[in-house]
Structure formats: C-alpha cells, structure tokens
Design a protein around this ligand. Structure first.
Ligand SMILES: [Zn+2]
Length: 372
C-alpha cells in the first residue's frame, strides 16, 4: 500500500489550510466542505451534504461503499477554525525545520486531512476494511457544535467505534477523557440614579454582579476538578451614573456529570444579594464529560499495540477542553486526539510537527484496517 511522504501530505494539508474557514465564515466553511466532498466523490465514497442551519455552514457525511448498514467506524472531524478571515496574512503557511505553520493546521485541519489520506490509501489499494467507515465533517465545533450536535449523536448511534481527529496533546498524547463544560449568561438589573445627587436612591447592577462573581469564582475546587470562570462582563452607562444593567458570561468545567448538574442547579437558584436588584441566569451544560471507561480502555490498548508496530509509544491523557467526542462517549468506545501533533492552537504560533504526520496517519490507517 502506498504510504505518502511527509511532503506529499503537507502539500494536501496546505491546500486545506489556505481556505480560511472560521466558524462564522460560512462561505469559507462551505468551500472546505466542497473540497472534501469532491475528494471522497472522486474515489467512490457515498457523500451527503447536510445543509447549514441557524447561519452556520453545511456538514458533510461520507460512507465507504462497503459494509452496508452494519455498525462501523465513525471518524469525527470538523472543518471550522477559530481564526478570523485574514489571519493567513499574519500566519501564512510556512515551514521552519520540523514545524509547519498555518491557521487551523493543528486544530484540526491536519488531523482531518490525515484521516482522508489513510482512507484513500486503502481504497486505492483495492482493499476494504472489516467494518464500514463513515466520516462526519461538521462546521461549528469551535462554537460548541449547536447545529451539528444532533447529527453527531445520530451518527454515534450507528457506530461501533468513534475516532476523533482533534489534535494530539503534549508530545503526541491521545485523549481518553475530557472535562464537561457549561456556559451561562447572567444579567443584573438595578435602579439608575445620579451618583452625586441621588446616590442613596440608586441600586447598582455592577455591585450586585461583583458579589455574584466572587461567589461563583469561590466555587472553583481543584481537588474536585471543578473550575469556574467569569470571562466576559460589561455594564453601566456613565461614570457618574449608578448602573442599571450588567451582563456577564461564565464557563464552568467539571469531570463528572452529576457534579456538573449540581453546579447548574446551584447557579440557577442564585438569588440577588440586594432585593432591589433582579438577577437572571440562563444557560446549562454544553458538553458532558467523559472518562476512561473499560471500553475506551480496551480500544486504547489496541491502538497502543498498533503504535508500537509503527514505532512510537502511544500515551493517553485527560484534558480540560471539550470536543465533539463528549456527545457520544457515553455510548460508543472512542479515541480522541488522534490528529496531528503540534502546538499553538488558537494562536498565531499554530503549527504541526512534520515528523508526526506519517506515523499518525499510519495509526489511523491501521485502526481502520483492524477494528472489527
Ligand atoms: Zn480549537
């Protein structure tokens, strides 16, 4: 079977990276979907475009021509990035030693591309795999997958194994557990007044929010792996006016669903400290957590054996960031972080390690060939 050189793989990755596709750039995301769809159409896979909704890009579903309706391997990828259109000018595709730079190259066009190359090699060699292979490329992972979640869950129902091409962590580790996350918007509504003449009449929405924030941040508990972060805030209308409005957005992480639910309930039941200020909380769990179940563990052992054959040691890790894996990990054994090794996700330093491309592509290919 043909194993492409790192240069060959890189030239393909470069093409994908040079199509800018921030989640909000629907035309760019859809152009990426066109390219990927044409690739699979060109080698006889069945492709189906899922039109975008709610102002987001399309999703793309691909199925191998073999295996029929049987439960198979689901490869989960996404083609949106966090980089605003125009980032290519400051972060152009370039190579420096073992590093290749570009927007989204690590997170995660590189990994998505490796899965395509791995599959193509099998098809071009005239072979099939024990299980059918299906790919789902989504357009909105970086904003929490609001329009793709139901498609991911539906695809998970038809899967025996799920492989996620999110980037590897800290020197090539793959992901076998993730924290869950919840997001909230909080608004306080006070009573405006002149801060000089009518101070005692006023009720400050910002003061109320500040007291809420102190209480929320105090719920961070590293031992229980709960973190809270109020990451955005704005309020008030003038420096000499007691503020009527304040808005904040917060993010909570947890590694156990029951704990997450406990945190949601605690937040939803919050009362204002000042009876004259109203408090509103909206939000909830956006991604459930998953942990190394026995099923994930045995799939990991299998992958570790394959990596040893290729010549590298596969290490599993747990990470705080969410991914689409969280939507299916409770029902299907999966491995996440199977994409490229590199660093600098979401920054202008984003790069992949060129030396990781072939081994990681081979790991995906061997997983396709051996899972049954
Ligand atoms: Zn990301």
């Amino acid at each position: 079977m043909h194993t492409p050189s790192p240069e060959e793989i890189l030239s393909g990755i470069r093409e994908w990276v040079e199509v800018e596709s921030q989640t909000a750039n629907v035309a760019g995301v859809n152009r990426m979907m066109d390219i990927v769809q044409a690739n699979y159409d060109g080698i006889g896979a069945t492709t189906e475009r899922i039109p975008g909704t709610d102002g987001r890009g399309d999703h793309l579903s691909v199925a191998s021509p073999w295996g029929g309706e049987e439960k198979g391997i689901l490869v989960l990828s996404r083609l949106d990035t966090v980089h605003p259109t125009g980032t290519l000018e400051t972060l152009p595709y370039r190579i420096d030693g073992d590093k290749a730079y570009g927007p989204g190259i690590y997170d995660m066009k590189g990994g998505a591309y490796l899965a395509w190359v791995a599959y193509r090699a099998i098809v071009e060699a005239g072979r099939t795999t024990p299980l059918p292979i299906r790919f789902l490329y989504v357009s909105d992972e970086e904003v929490g997958s609001p329009t793709s979640r139901r498609h991911i869950e539906a695809a998970g129902e038809c899967a025996k194994f799920v492989l996620v091409t999110e980037p590897a962590r800290d020197g090539g580790k793959i992901v076998v557990g993730r924290q869950g996350s919840a997001r909230f918007r909080m608004t306080t509504h006070g009573r405006p007044a002149h801060s000089g003449g009518r101070h005692s009449y006023g009720r400050s929405a910002i003061l109320e929010m500040a007291r809420q924030i102190v209480a929320i941040e105090a719920r961070t508990d590293y031992d229980r792996k709960i973190t809270t972060n109020v990451g955005l805030i704005d309020g008030g209308s003038a420096v000499n006016t007691i503020p009527e409005h304040c808005r904040a957005q917060l993010d909570i992480r947890f590694n156990d669903l029951a704990v997450g639910q406990e945190m949601v309930a605690w937040l939803m039941e919050r009362k204002s400290y000042d009876d004259d200020v109203t408090l509103k909380v909206e939000g909830g769990i956006t991604r459930p957590p998953f942990d190394r179940t026995p099923a994930i563990d045995s799939l990991f052992s299998h992958a570790k054996g394959l990596a040893a054959e290729i010549g590298f040691e596969l290490v599993g890790t747990w990470t705080g960031g969410g991914s689409d894996a969280c939507f299916v990990a409770d029902r299907v054994p999966l491995l996440d972080g199977l994409g490229v090794d590199g660093a600098g996700a979401h920054t202008l330093e984003e790069h992949v390690f060129i030396s990781s491309l072939v081994p990681r592509m081979l790991l995906l290919r061997k997983l396709f060939e051996t899972l049954s």
